[in-house]
Design a protein around this ligand. Structure first.
Ligand code: SAH
Ligand code: SF4
Length: 339
């Protein structure tokens, strides 16, 4: 049995089966989620005999670090390996404010959505991660660094809204067991409308981020095949409904690709598309990850695009490049090691 992923209640049941007190469950819970140990032997406030008894039926984890890369800017990237040999990427970003440690987690092995600019999409879909495999990514970071993760973004590999049951269960564990508040968690989606509708009907405090990337059907369909299944006008209706039901502000993610979706005309169309939507905009300079003809715009063009959008009254940020020297973009590391 694996202790990581077990709730306090589940641990209490296990303790009563072993004839131990409820308090032991609390101690073990603390070792797993707060002190983030890798082995039962490290749980030093349990007696040696009890640790031996526990070790006969349980271990903390079966998840391993296959590759780790450290960037000059402090970003850490892990290729995490599960017992069946499948791997996903997890990234820890440290922002200037040291109190903010953001983990970027994966929700699936590979991704079926197949966006043209994304290394994960290129590798195809392997399988969903279960909720324990999702939370193991954050535990892996905590075990390796000895630090507590404070924020989580579902922006690693995979489409979280195509594995929503496991993502929601992981969210519950992040809240209850890691004590990471829902407000500190962001779920990013390529625009899976049934999933957005499901989230709209829940009272979730987390942020929903939409990978929009283009404001017209024609342009978007060129880079995101999902546009043919869930087109922009239906996506818009789903987002308006989401905002109306939850009262929450959406984050719009927009990759900037030189001479494709970064022109003056497209900025105007984007501002128009977003006009009636309660949202912030996050511009992401395209990160060159695979061989194709896409290029990121110059900083000057990025700033111009930003000003044009700001003019429409929205809050616009440009995503800082993180870990540029270590393949920290979506799908790159797994792509390299599985080749
Ligand atoms: N599948 C979800 C979440 C994972 S991708 C989604 O698509 O939203 C997280 C973010 O990384 C998305 O906004 C995605 O569009 C972006 N991304 C993927 N490849 C990228 C690249 N080469 N350069 C910049 N951003 C990229
Ligand atoms: Fe999947 Fe997101 Fe990559 Fe598109 S960008 S292929 S949805 S992981």
């Amino acid at each position: 049995m694996i202790l990581a992923g077990m709730s306090l209640e589940e641990l209490e049941i296990l303790m009563s089966e072993l004839g131990a007190t409820k308090f032991r469950a609390k101690q073990i819970h603390n070792w797993v989620y707060t002190k983030s140990v890798s082995t039962i032997d490290e749980m030093t406030n349990l007696s040696k005999d009890f640790r031996e008894q526990l070790k006969e039926i349980a271990s903390v984890t079966e998840t391993k670090i296959k590759v780790k890369q450290t960037s000059k800017d402090g970003t850490l990237k892990y290729l995490v390996e599960y017992p069946d040999g499948e791997c996903v990427e997890t990234v820890l970003m440290r922002f200037d404010n040291r109190a903010n440690l953001t983990a970027c987690v994966s929700s699936q092995v590979g991704c079926a959505v197949n966006c043209s600019f994304c290394a994960t999409g290129k590798s195809g879909f392997k399988r969903n991660l279960n909720y324990k495999e999702i939370i193991e990514q954050v535990l892996t970071i905590q075990r390796d660094t000895g630090l507590k993760v404070t924020n989580i973004v579902f922006m690693g590999q995979g489409e979280p809204l195509l594995n929503l049951d496991n993502v929601l269960k992981a969210l519950e564990i992040f809240n209850n067991d890691f004590q990471i508040g829902a407000r500190r968690i962001t779920i990013s989606t390529s625009g899976i409308i049934p999933g957005i509708n499901r989230l709209a009907d829940m009272d979730l405090q987390s942020t929903l981020a939409i990978s929009l990337h283009a404001p017209t059907h024609k342009l978007r369909a060129e880079i995101m095949p999902i546009e043919n299944k869930y087109p922009l006008d239906e996506l818009k209706k789903a987002l308006l409904n989401y905002v109306e039901k939850t009262g929450r502000r959406i984050t719009i993610e927009y990759i900037l690709i030189h001479n494709f979706n970064d022109t003056f005309e497209v900025a105007k169309e984007l501002a128009h598309w977003l006009k009636d939507l309660k949202c912030n905009i996050n511009l992401i300079p395209y990160n060159s990850v695979i061989e194709n003809d896409y290029k990121k715009p110059s900083s000057n063009d990025i700033m111009k695009f930003k000003y044009l959008l700001e003019h429409s009254g929205k809050k616009v940020t440009v995503r800082l490049e993180r870990g540029a020297d270590i393949d920290a973009a979506c799908g790159q590391l797994r792509g390299k090691t599985t080749k």
